[in-house]
Ligand binder design. Sequence first.
Ligand code: F6R
Length: 241
Amino acid sequence: MKVITLNDEVAIGQAIGDRFCTLVQENPAAVLGLATGASPLPTYCRMIARFHAGEVSFAKVHTFNLDEYCDLPATHPQSYRSFMQAQLFSQLNIDLQNTHFLDGNAADEVAECLRFDALIEQLGGVDLQLLGIGRNGHIGFNEPADAFTLGSFKVQLAPSTLEANSMYFVDERMPTHAMTMGVGAILRAKEIVLVATGAAKAEAVKAMIQGKITPQLPASALQNHPNVTVYLDPAAASLLQ
Ligand code: F6R
């Protein structure tokens, strides 16, 4: 795992955004693995700025998002599809037909997960996967568990995840379940970049990089991947030895 500490989230967003842009310049039909939450926002800002500067076109890329809430209409402002539309897709020349999500409302969730995983394989796999990390070490919505997950599946969100994300659901109940790519599927990406900022992530970051590999800290599985770069700000890096 390569670990890079930069001054702040803007510098991190520039570095990761530039990596995405370089990939798409080299391979205009690249398959991008995307995340939601606060961590990816500076990266998306950088991609949008470089698109508006005429430096890169996203017309042919395919995107796969890591996860989506269950029992929330796709049109709900807090669905991850709505998030991606507002924060990235609406500001790029991306073809929305090429933006892929798990359907958290699918009647047959097993079939939906198989469909999603098969589509990733059909398109040649994810070239570059963007990840954040939960305070409990989750990646995607792979919560601490007794075994590492493989393909996509439906998950009950952990109490710390419900607490962290409840701020987005003012005056309404937050979904308790989500569908997520499994750890095995995430590890199949050819290249992975993970961003963590702030002191609240420091314990999880230390365990991910310097702890033992365990499904109780799902991000520790990244130690097994040959091409991972972790971008940290000084607060998130503060417990590393
Ligand atoms: C979201 C996702 C999650 C987040 C993590 C960190 O698609 O996959 O694993 O990356 O919960 O969230 P933030 O960035 O909001 O701290």
